[in-house]
Design a protein around this ligand. Structure first.
Ligand SMILES: [Zn+2]
Length: 189
């Protein structure tokens, strides 16, 4: 499905916007948000594990996308750290901070029924923005972690940016959920 949409009709909470989105339990979705505004769809295509990012306005400050729930049976590293941005996400964020006014990148964890479990928001410090501009919108992976793969690389890269003052991270569980710090996912209380 490829459709470029960007609409804004009537004020709705972020959670309402997310949960009313068709196929939200099965495919990822991407929105943008200005300071106090509501979520606006910004997507070129949706797949199970990716949403192709759409257009931005100069007033947009936040990029928001979903991670869907998946069974962790037999494949632990595909699900752990699921609430956090992947290394691919950080690359997307690097492009966004270099070319738009987006400075916050939010991952929404959605459960099997399409309900929001919680949000993980990453905010770019000046250091991150400067570095991304300097590197033409790409993140530089430190050599000490560049040999890691997939989820291991993702969490190591995020930790590198957090520990060195590039990014700040906050997690917001919905009511009835808590953030599990061991596996970096939202779980039912
Ligand atoms: Zn993602």
């Amino acid at each position: 499905m490829f459709c470029m949409t960007r609409r804004n009709t009537g004020f709705k909470s972020a959670r309402e916007r997310i949960e009313e989105t068709p196929d939200i339990a099965e495919t990822e979705m991407h929105w943008v948000k200005s300071g106090a505004g509501e979520l606006v769809e910004s997507v070129l295509g949706r797949r199970r594990r990716s949403a192709m990012v759409g257009t931005f306005a100069p007033t947009d400050r936040m990029s928001v996308h979903t991670h869907i729930a998946e069974s962790d049976q037999g494949e632990p590293f595909t699900t752990r750290n699921k609430a956090f941005p992947s290394s691919g996400d950080l690359d997307v964020f690097a492009r966004q901070v270099s070319t738009t006014n987006i400075r916050t990148f939010t991952v929404v964890s959605v459960d099997e029924d399409g309900k929001v479990m919680g949000y993980a928001g990453v905010r770019a410090n000046r250091k991150f923005v400067d570095e991304c501009v300097r590197n033409n919108g790409r993140v530089v992976i430190p050599s000490k972690i560049s040999g890691l793969v997939n989820k291991r690389l993702s969490i190591a890269l995020l930790q590198h940016f957090l520990a060195n003052g590039y990014l700040r991270l906050k997690t917001f569980p919905m009511q009835g959920y808590r953030f599990d710090k061991k596996w970096n996912i939202f779980v039912k209380k």
